[in-house]
Design a protein around this ligand. Structure first.
Ligand code: JBK
Length: 229
């Protein structure tokens, strides 16, 4: 999978050099390139923003540098999906991550300030598949951190990136709408706290039932919204 990112902070994406995704890049499973939006400006101050038409607080990203940056990135091979992380987008989720993991090429367009001139999204949709995706209902300073979270969620589902695909199966529980059960490892007693007896019993049926009951209890308690439908 190839991932291009357009941002005024390419350094944000240096973290993709480490851990599992760093290894996937070294193995050639993942190619990531961060492009500096300011390289597509032509004025001395490399200006990427301006005041909003209609008034209001904050600044809006000007369309021209975005147009040129996306011209460049989209001129290359393939049939990419262009993702605009935005609090006004559709909610990102595990099924969307799984869908995007099937793609050969993703482009993340990371806006700052009050967002990007909407015509950039509109124009891009005339030449590529576009998704406006939101990580959640809170305020970030820009799309970069949201893009990083989405990239991690998507890239780990690319075949070969995770060493043990069985760990992906277990997580499908969360896709099925329940939170995960609590996990424990050695020692069996630690600072006066014990691992639940059933997990030491060797009774696989009892363990599976206990874990399922824990998932249901946790979900009812902290995420009752997942049980609604
Ligand atoms: C938010 O994807 N988001 O959730 C996002 C992107 C850019 C700015 C934001 O405030 N929430």
């Amino acid at each position: 999978m190839r991932i291009d990112i357009v941002t005024i902070f390419p350094g944000f994406f240096d973290v993709l050099d480490v851990s599992l995704l760093g290894k996937a890049r070294l193995q050639g499973l993942l190619q990531v390139r961060a492009h500096d939006l300011r390289d597509y400006t032509h004025d001395r101050h490399r200006t990427v923003d301006d005041t909003p038409y209609g008034g209001g607080a904050g600044m809006v990203m000007r369309p021209e540098p975005w147009g040129e940056a996306l011209d460049d990135v989209l001129a290359e091979d393939g049939d990419p999906v262009v993702i605009f992380p935005s609090p006004a987008g559709e909610r990102f989720s595990q099924p969307i991550a799984a869908e995007l993991a099937q793609e050969g090429h993703l482009v993340f367009a990371c806006g700052r300030y009050e967002g990007i001139d909407q015509r950039v999204v509109e124009h891009t949709a005339q030449r590529a598949r576009v998704r406006e995706l939101s990580l959640g209902d809170y305020v970030l300073n820009g799309g970069e951190v949201a893009a990083l979270a989405m990239i991690e969620a998507i890239a780990r589902l690319v075949p070969g990136v995770i060493g043990n695909p069985a760990s992906l199966d277990e997580e499908s529980h969360s896709e099925l709408g329940l939170l995960e059960y609590p996990s424990y490892t050695k020692p069996a007693a630690w600072r006066g706290l014990e691992v639940p007896d059933v997990l030491l019993s060797g009774n696989h049926g009892a363990i599976a039932r206990w874990r399922r009951a824990q998932q249901e209890e946790r979900t009812r308690r902290v995420r009752p919204d997942l049980l609604q439908d």
